[in-house]
Design a binder for this molecule. Sequence first.
Ligand SMILES: Cc1ncc(COP(=O)(O)O)c(C=O)c1O
Length: 380
Amino acid sequence: MHSKLADVGLTIFSQMTQLARQHGALNLSQGFPDFPAPLALKEALTKHVMADANQYAPMTGLPALREQVAALIDRCYGASVCPENEITITPGATEAIFCAIQALVHPGDEVIVLDPCYDSYEPSVRLAGGITRHVPLDEGFAPDWEAFAAAISDRTRLVIINSPHNPSGAVFTKADLDQLAALTESRGIHVLSDEVYEHLVYDGLQHHSVLAHPQLYGRAVVVSSFGKSFHVTGWKTGYLVAPPALSAEIRKVHQYVSFCAPTPLQWALVDFMQQHPEHVEELAAFYQAKRDRLCAVLADSRFSFAPAAGTYFQLVDYSAIRDDLDDVAMARWLTEEKGIATIPLSVFYQNPPEGQRWLRLCFAKTAETLDRAGELLCKI
Ligand SMILES: Cc1ncc(COP(=O)(O)O)c(C=O)c1O
């Protein structure tokens, strides 16, 4: 069989989770909470399933949920988007990203991504017949705008950005968005802004959404995830926001990829967002406490790190411990020998920097899990 994605295998996230299971290791690899989803959200889902809200939803999402998203965007960024023409509910941010790429990228078009980056971008670009240009972020995981400018060509169609950033936790500044706008404007290059960790920003920092940047938003698609914001990654429910003409094109793809996101999940989110607006407001403090707990226990370890500015991931440098191992070997060793599963940073790159010794830990975990992780990591 002539594969379209010949070099694609099981993702590192599935591999590490499998390995963690095999060795009974504590799993800080894949990015998902190990604590319960909000009770009111689960009760709302049960209620809607039992009330038989179990048939197809409208292709673009329940109007009531699109209204909630528009209200949230207004509250968070002071931006006004039309629930009818600019918001589409999708089965996960991943589907939104895939559909946006299929709608925008033609065969031979180039798409710039900033490495390290989330693993779904490149295969989606390739399936659209596009070519991915990887531009590395700098050592502090900030964009290198000179390198970015050099990567732009006549064929550049789309740029994919992700802030707050998985895997580094870095957060774009307003100046970064201004730079991006200036460098892409004259060629009308589209921007796909993956903002699934939009509410997870710490230490008083602010998330600068493309939704609040009119110059960029006019040619952008912004993607977010209810899974991340409501502790329900397994619900695989997200949304995309784009100006009407762009939304219309992306909806053409979405309607044939999945048609719609699951109905009862959407109703449950409507109820919960209506009744608990404080949930999103409290999210940054909730996760900052988890980050601080992990960093406090790691302070006594031989790992070095700077506390993550955003997301629920913390990078740690292990060069003082096993500089002889590359990060994939180190992640395996830690899982098999030390009982803790992490993700090596190199898998997020096309060309990982030589000698980089970073691992990614997920801190979307209970205090008990974080303390246990600290104990294991401090022994190493
Ligand atoms: C940067 C980034 N984008 C997108 C996603 C996918 O979100 P969803 O689970 O809603 O598809 C993830 C999930 O890990 C992510 O880290």
